[in-house]
Design a protein around this ligand. Structure first.
Ligand code: UFG
Length: 330
């Protein structure tokens, strides 16, 4: 298939590009390189520098490469930052996708797999989270993605040829097990890479944001899913999508780990007893989020193959150790 991967130079997007190429697809990557890395895009993919606000460039790219499906990873993705910069989040994550969808309509491209998030559920009353759990985002990041889900529904309702899938990610972790590509954010705020930076001396210490949550050890619980498994689900979704379909699936392993448990895993895998201090709660953090991933297993046969946190940490550590400066462009 001819696939346009928007945000394909980022952490998750670059893992998708690698897999799509390995499967024999023709891949075009569009990325504005705001937080992505040119070096994360293999030479076998066509690279177009541009962002979701550039309607004319997207239409031209879709037409020039006879694109059949778009997979959209381009987004700002930090919960804490979204509370401080809501307009940036709505501009990029909501208005940007609106432009992408308008460009797709103009070019006659009717298929999209769009990254959504567990953050659309807010602070649910019940765990685990099913796709029917009411969505009530508690931060602008989650709301910016929730709005896109509605825009996609309305688009599909108006056009029977249009089809979309919204995988709702839980906490994506790990890297390519062969260490060819990795996770390089600047600034880095995600728990596992922050802890790996502390373990490798790139930062002096790490902080646990809050130990007074209503959870067994007082720290937040999240469902960590390996990026390779996550991308496997995207490929299934892309290949399964039929005109008129509107698919929503939780992508998680179905099990929650606390921040303290992740700290222990990173110390064990790296063998480094780095300094961890207790900090205040971070704005916008729900206490507990983990998935019920049954629906996608029953309907498409997907389930996470890697459920061991230490394996996820070890795969991330492999790239961190080999690339202490990341892609070296930040
Ligand atoms: N945390 C710390 N210290 C840090 C960094 C994080 O204690 O230095 C804590 C956070 O407070 C949170 C947990 O570790 O409780 C995980 O935080 P991350 O920043 O790694 O991830 P989030 O859960 O905030 O968000 C991630 C993705 C979102 C997605 C969400 C869904 O970034 O896109 O998971 O669960 F929506």
């Amino acid at each position: 298939m001819n696939v346009l991967v928007t945000g394909g130079a980022g952490y998750i997007g670059s893992h998708a590009v690698q897999r799509l190429l390995a499967d024999g697809n023709t891949v075009v990557v569009m990325d504005n390189l705001f937080r992505g890395h040119r070096a994360a895009v293999p030479a076998e993919a066509t690279f177009v520098q541009g962002d979701l606000h550039d309607y004319d460039l997207i239409v031209k790219t879709l037409k020039d490469h006879a694109i059949e499906c778009v997979i959209n990873f381009a987004a700002w993705t930090y919960v804490g930052e979204s509370v401080e910069q809501p307009l940036g989040y709505y501009h990029n994550n909501t208005a940007g996708v609106l432009t992408l969808l308008r460009a797709m309509a103009e070019a006659g491209v009717n298929k999209i797999v769009h990254s959504s998030t567990a953050a659309t559920y807010g602070e649910p009353d019940e765990m685990p989270i099913t796709e029917d759990t009411p969505q009530a985002p508690i931060n602008p990041y989650g709301m910016s993605k929730y709005m896109v889900e509605q825009i996609l529904r309305d688009t599909a309702n108006a056009n029977p040829e249009f089809a979309f899938a919204c995988p709702r990610y839980f906490n994506v972790a790990g890297c390519d097990p062969e260490g060819r590509i990795g996770e390089d954010h600047s600034p880095e705020t995600h728990l596992i890479p922050v802890l790996l930076e502390a373990a490798t001396g790139k930062r002096e210490k790490a902080y646990i944001f809050g130990t007074d949550y209503p959870t067994p050890d007082g720290t937040c619980i999240r469902d960590y899913v390996h990026v390779v498994d996550l991308i496997d689900a995207h490929v299934l979704l892309m290949n399964a999508l039929k005109p008129g379909q509107q698919l929503f699936y939780n992508l998680g392993i179905g099990n929650g780990m606390s921040v303290r448990e992740i700290v222990d895993a990173v110390k064990k895998v790296t063998g480094v007893d780095f300094t961890v201090e207790i900090g205040d709660r971070r704005a916008g953090d729900p206490p507990s989020l983990y998935a019920d991933p049954k629906k996608i297993k029953e309907e498409l046969g997907w389930e996470a193959k890697i459920t061991d946190t230490e394996t996820m940490v070890a795969d991330a550590y492999k790239w961190f150790k080999a690339n202490p400066e990341g892609y070296g462009d930040g």
